[in-house]
Write a protein that binds this ligand. Structure first.
Ligand code: URA
Length: 214
């Protein structure tokens, strides 16, 4: 369904996605289970995110005759996870789109200033010829996602989608105001951010929970 204020924001309403997000929140969910949920949700969201991929006409030889068929056309894609939690969503996306290229952007959030600091960036060489799907499980302040999208746009990319699992209203506002042309897909939208920039009720630090670092 569409966000009531920002029409470029789609919020998932599939029961499987809603159920899996609820399980992810549980403090008793292990790292292994958490990773599996992230992966499964990324696949389910990938299905929604690719709904508008253009199709083109083609011919296929069946065992009986030549069939007029449709296949995916249009620009090639790249998936760009924001390190490190975004990595958890890559395999889920690749399970639907095995031939897409993967770029990486490393940004960490300074917990004092809440500003994002870039420490790594490696994108496909022909990134400007691709449509890009940026993934990060958590859209909190929106600072990192905004910075990542700024960076990708500066490399000449025209069509960007942003996919997160849990979003804060503050992050949605920030990203929509900075990048109204970007389609945003959220698994769910939570209540608010706390004073440390964590989403409430949220699920804690997604990177720590994926990689078991805490
Ligand atoms: N990043 C996370 O991993 N969790 C939050 O709640 C906010 C940002």
């Amino acid at each position: 369904m569409k966000h009531e204020t920002y029409k470029n924001v789609t919020i998932m309403d599939h029961p499987l996605i809603i159920h899996k997000i609820s399980k992810m929140r549980d403090v008793a969910t292990s790292s292994k289970e958490f990773r599996e949920y992230v992966n499964e949700i990324a696949t389910l969201m990938g299905y929604e995110v690719t709904r508008d991929l253009p199709l083109m006409d083609a011919k296929i030889q069946t065992p009986l005759e030549v069939a007029d068929v449709k296949i995916i056309g249009g620009k090639k894609l790249a998936v760009v996870p924001i390190l490190r939690a975004g990595l958890g969503m890559v395999d889920g996306m690749l399970s639907l789109m095995p031939n897409v290229r993967v770029g990486h952007i490393g940004l960490y959030r300074d917990h004092e200033t809440l500003q994002s600091v870039e420490y790594y960036c490696k994108l496909p060489e022909d990134i400007e010829k691709r449509d890009v799907i940026v993934v990060d499980p958590m859209l909190a302040t929106g600072v990192s996602s905004k910075a990542a999208i700024d960076f990708i746009k500066a490399r000449g990319v025209k069509n960007i989608k942003f996919v997160c699992i849990v979003a804060a209203p503050e992050g949605i506002k920030a990203i929509c105001e900075a990048h109204p042309d970007v389609e945003v897909y959220c698994g769910t939208v939570d209540r608010e951010l706390n004073e440390h920039g964590y989403i409430l009720p949220g699920l804690g630090d997604a990177g720590d929970r994926i990689f078991g670092t805490k």
